[in-house]
Structures are given as structure tokens and as C-alpha cells.
Design a protein around this ligand. Structure first.
Ligand code: AMP
Length: 285
């Protein structure tokens, strides 16, 4: 595996790969890799000649009171894991190369309306503009045939799909199911922030989703009943503070009153200082 820091260096490699007609799979990440990221990389490896993964903690997508400065970073460990997962080129740019004029001064940004507005978009103003902008930049640099995103960030995947469609981007977007710990906790780079008690409390997210699925399978279709029951489960944990619990159409992300399939059940919960998200897509059988 080659590690590249400079955009110009990566573009040179990509020109060579295109000359020899290699297909390119791309996995954008913020690093501190875990099995969720590695699953995306392995799938990319199966489906492409060349796999490029990026590691970039994008300042443009963090709010002023969010965890940009303390977001976990470990490039040496990430390099080893990425190489083992089959990544051919690891792109780890500096902020100064991605935003030469400063990210605060970006003249051009990409804003996706509609799907960006509810859920995390409502509690993190500017977040999806930051995501859509950096992903556009990365897509323009990498020129991948296929890009891989985790369903863990369901709204992000919906925003990227909408953006790629609306702006005629020449990249196929693939979503990969959520990877969880054996006890149900969705893998996240932010899980390292959790104390042992907080980690225990964090299990309430997946527990509430499992409960919701049981209710749906038993025929419950009222969104308020599902969301209310999920909230009760979370609120049994003194360390947990609900940001939102949403029952929405899985494609448009429009709020549902009466649940139809496919539905996305999504939640964001603060466990201590750490904001965690999780979700489940329910499709009628
Ligand atoms: P991040 O580094 O958190 O920005 O995540 C990079 C990519 O990995 C995104 O497409 C995420 O949705 C995906 N991802 C993160 N956690 C998981 C997980 N537990 N399962 C599947 N994909 C994930």
C-alpha cells in the first residue's frame, strides 16, 4: 500500500491507473479505523482493480462546539489496518492542502436541501454542507467508479446519493450495512470516548432499535408509539440524553405518522459528552 499526502501526488497516480483502465473503488473516512471502515474497504477490494481510501478529519463539517480538536487520530495504526483490508492507496491530506485559503473562507460549497434538513441536519447546522463539500472535492480528486458509504450514517448516505444524482457525478454510490459489536453497539470511532459505564449506557441505542423492530414485526404502525417506546428505553439510562428519535421514509427521509416500508428508524443520543447515532431500516416482508 502507498500512502500519499499531496493531492497532486494522488492525481498523478490516478492518471496512471486510468491509463491502464483500472476500475477505482473509493472509501472516504475520518480515520481511527474499525471493522465498519474495514468492511467497506474489503468490499471495495472485491469489486474494483484499485482501492483508494482517504483519511481526513474534515474541519468544515464540525460545529464550533463539536469534537474536531479531540477527534481520535492514529495514522500509523490506520495504515496497517487499511493495508490488511486491501487498500492500495491511502490518501491522508493535510487541512492546508484541502483548504489552501482556510476552510472558513471556502467560496464554493455544496448544499443539498431536503434530505439534509431533518435529523442530524437539524441538530448540527452546516454539518451536511461540510460533508457534501468535502465529498465533492474528494470525488473530483479521486475520480472513482464506485464510492462506498456505511449505512451507519444513513442520512449522510442519502445526502451523498442525492448530490451525486442532482449534480450528475460519474460515480456509483454503494451503501454497506452497519457493523456492530457482539452486544449490539454500532462501531464508531467515537466509542473510544466512552467510559465503561457510558459504554453500558450506549447499548440502549441498539436495544431501542431491536424493540422497535419487534413492534413493527408484530404489526405496530404508529410512528408515535414506536418513537415513544424507544425514548422510554433510552431514558431509563441516567447517562443518556436523547437528541432525536425519528421515524422517516427511508428514501426521502420525510417524517412518517403511519409507518410504511421501507422506513428508517434513526436516533442520536448523547452519552455523557459523546454524541452517538444509530439506525435501522425496516422493510416489510
Ligand atoms: P467516518 O470515519 O466515521 O466518517 O466513517 C467513514 C465511513 O465508514 C462512512 O461511510 C461511515 O458510514 C462508515 N462507517 C462508520 N461506522 C460504520 C459501521 N459501524 N458500520 C458500517 N459502516 C460504518
Amino acid at each position: 500500500m502507498k500512502t500519499v499526502q499531496r493531492i497532486s501526488g494522488l492525481k498523478q497516480m490516478i492518471r496512471e491507473a486510468k491509463k491502464s483502465r483500472q476500475t477505482i473503488g473509493f472509501v472516504p473516512t475520518m480515520g481511527y479505523l474499525h471493522e465498519g471502515h474495514l468492511t467497506l474497504m474489503r468490499q471495495a477490494k472485491k469489486e474494483n482493480d484499485l482501492v483508494i481510501a482517504s483519511i481526513f478529519v474534515n474541519p468544515l463539517q464540525f460545529g464550533p462546539s463539536e469534537d474536531y480538536a479531540v477527534y481520535p487520530r492514529d495514522l500509523a495504526r490506520d495504515s496497517q489496518l487499511a493495508a490488511e483490508a486491501g487498500v492500495d492507496i491511502l490518501f491522508a491530506p493535510e487541512v492546508a492542502d484541502m483548504y489552501p485559503g482556510g476552510y472558513e473562507n471556502m467560496m464554493t460549497t455544496v448544499a443539498v436541501s431536503g434530505v439534509s434538513e431533518g435529523l442530524c441536519g437539524a441538530s448540527r447546522p452546516g454539518h451536511f454542507r461540510g460533508v457534501a463539500t468535502v465529498v465533492t472535492k474528494l470525488f473530483n480528486i479521486v475520480e472513482a467508479d464506485t464510492a462506498y458509504f456505511g449505512q451507519k450514517d444513513a442520512q449522510q448516505a442519502a445526502v451523498i446519493r442525492q448530490m451525486a444524482l442532482d449534480l450528475n457525478m460519474n460515480v456509483k454510490i454503494v451503501s454497506v450495512p452497519i457493523v456492530r459489536e457482539a452486544d449490539g453497539l454500532a462501531l464508531s470511532s467515537r466509542n473510544v470516548f466512552l467510559s465503561p459505564q457510558e459504554r453500558q449506557a450506549a447499548l440502549s441505542l441498539s436495544r431501542s432499535l431491536r424493540w422497535a423492530r419487534e413492534q413493527l414485526e408484530a404489526g405496530q404502525r404508529q410512528a408515535s408509539v414506536i418513537a415513544g417506546g424507544m425514548r422510554e428505553i433510552i431514558e431509563q439510562e441516567p447517562l443518556a440524553q436523547v437528541d432525536y428519535i425519528a421515524v422517516v421514509d427511508a428514501l426521502s427521509l420525510a417524517e412518517l405518522t403511519h409507518i410504511h416500508s421501507p422506513a428508517l428508524l434513526a436516533l442520536a443520543v448523547k452519552i455523557g459528552k459523546t454524541r452517538l447515532i444509530d439506525n435501522d431500516i425496516w422493510e416489510a416482508r
